[in-house]
Design a binder for this molecule. Structure first.
Ligand code: ATP
Ligand code: LTN
Length: 329
């Protein structure tokens, strides 16, 4: 029996966060043996906000280097850059024409980003989910591992696939979101009521994958908790502590109950140090490997060139089928 197909991606905006790492990449690493995996860098999606061209190029390579450093084996997975497989833009346009304004207007990410970039609410930001659907449907992906914030985009992808299949007969696999419970939504360290985000304004709110151990320690020490001094999982009343527990759980695999017992009678100081050290230990080997890989631009080029070739074979087949069905010569 052939393996199930997985596709996911990360935009090449800014530096990767612990949220991206635990919510996305680390889960992908666990899936590479069992599935046929396609992991891309969504650099076309990145254009929906303003970028410095040099930075965009560098960030694209940095993310690829992080994928590999985190343990995604380029021999086992197809690692590629979205813009290098032209079928994405082409199917993206086609799917635009099957996506309703009403459903796009409901997207939380669109509303959030429009508020954040009020001077640049562009059409790409609005139709973002149709391109994301194209990314997924081109590969007939069964599963899409993402953080909780992307669930809504997965719903629209499913609706589009079903809508298209209904009109033209079975064309796309209808994919499912795969959201891991512990790491689904890592929150900010300073504002534990909103998600840890690359584009946060307060640097103490975010752990970056590149952060040095001292910085990580400092940020965890400053993390917002509460006055109860009791390690207990209660996201509603104790969002700060619960977030730290969630980070610790997703790194160690411990349950919330085990963590509560571990810190029974201990203060937040101890707890924060332990969580910080678990993050430092987790990221250290990734950081070391990352630095090496990033220096070797030839190696990176080889990986993404081969990745795009592999990806194109599958993507071209799906696009051909779509075009035949809708009457595009
Ligand atoms: P921005 O905050 O600038 O919108 P981002 O950090 O959300 O960007 P994306 O490229 O949009 O980055 O997300 C890449 C992947 O990381 C997605 O699967 C997303 O769900 C996941 N992710 C991002 N932030 C978190 C988080 N705080 N917790 C869990 N998963 C996250
Ligand atoms: N929108 C995603 C990035 C992304 C993606 C994808 C994720 C673009 N295309 C396809 C999964 C599958 C985000 O994380 N913000």
């Amino acid at each position: 029996m052939s393996k199930k197909v997985i596709l996911s991606g990360i935009q090449s905006t800014g530096k990767l966060t612990l949220g991206n790492y635990l919510g996305a990449i680390d889960n992908w690493v666990h899936m590479q043996e069992e599935y046929d995996c396609y992991y891309m860098i969504a650099n076309l999606h990145t254009l929906t906000v303003r970028n410095n061209p040099e930075e965009l190029k560098n960030n694209t390579l940095k993310i690829l280097a992080t994928y590999i450093a985190a343990g995604l084996n380029p021999e086992k997975n197809t690692l590629f850059i979205q813009s290098q497989v032209k079928e994405h833009a082409e199917l993206g346009w086609i799917l635009d024409c099957y996506t309703y304004m009403g459903e796009l207007s409901r997207m939380t990410q669109f509303k959030d980003k429009s508020a954040k970039h009020a001077d640049n609410i562009n059409a790409g930001l609005f139709t973002y989910p149709a391109l994301m659907a194209a990314d997924i449907l081109l590969y007939q992906a069964d599963l899409v591992p993402v953080g909780e914030d992307q669930r809504q985009h997965l719903e629209i992808t499913r609706d589009l696939a079903e809508r298209f299949n209904k009109i033209y007969g079975k064309t796309f696999v209808v994919p499912e979101a795969y959201v891991r419970k512990e790491s689904a939504r890592i929150m900010g360290l300073q504002d534990p009521t909103s998600k840890m985000s690359k584009s946060a304004t307060n640097p103490n709110d975010v752990i970056f994958v590149e952060d040095e151990p001292e910085i990580i320690l400092k940020k965890f020490k400053k993390a917002v908790t509460d006055s109860e001094n009791k390690v207990k999982f209660d996201p509603e009343n104790k969002p700060g502590v619960s977030n730290l527990m969630q980070i610790y759980a997703s790194i160690t695999g411990k349950t919330m109950e085990e963590i509560e017992n571990e810190f029974e009678g201990k203060g937040y100081g101890d707890f924060k140090m332990t969580v910080a050290n678990s993050v430092i230990d987790k990221l250290k080997p990734v950081q070391e490997k990352y630095k090496q890989i990033l220096e070797d631009k030839e190696y990176l080029e080889k990986i993404y060139t081969k990745g795009a070739e592999n990806a194109r074979k599958i993507a071209a087949k799906t696009l051909e089928d779509v075009k035949n069905k809708i009457g595009i010569l």
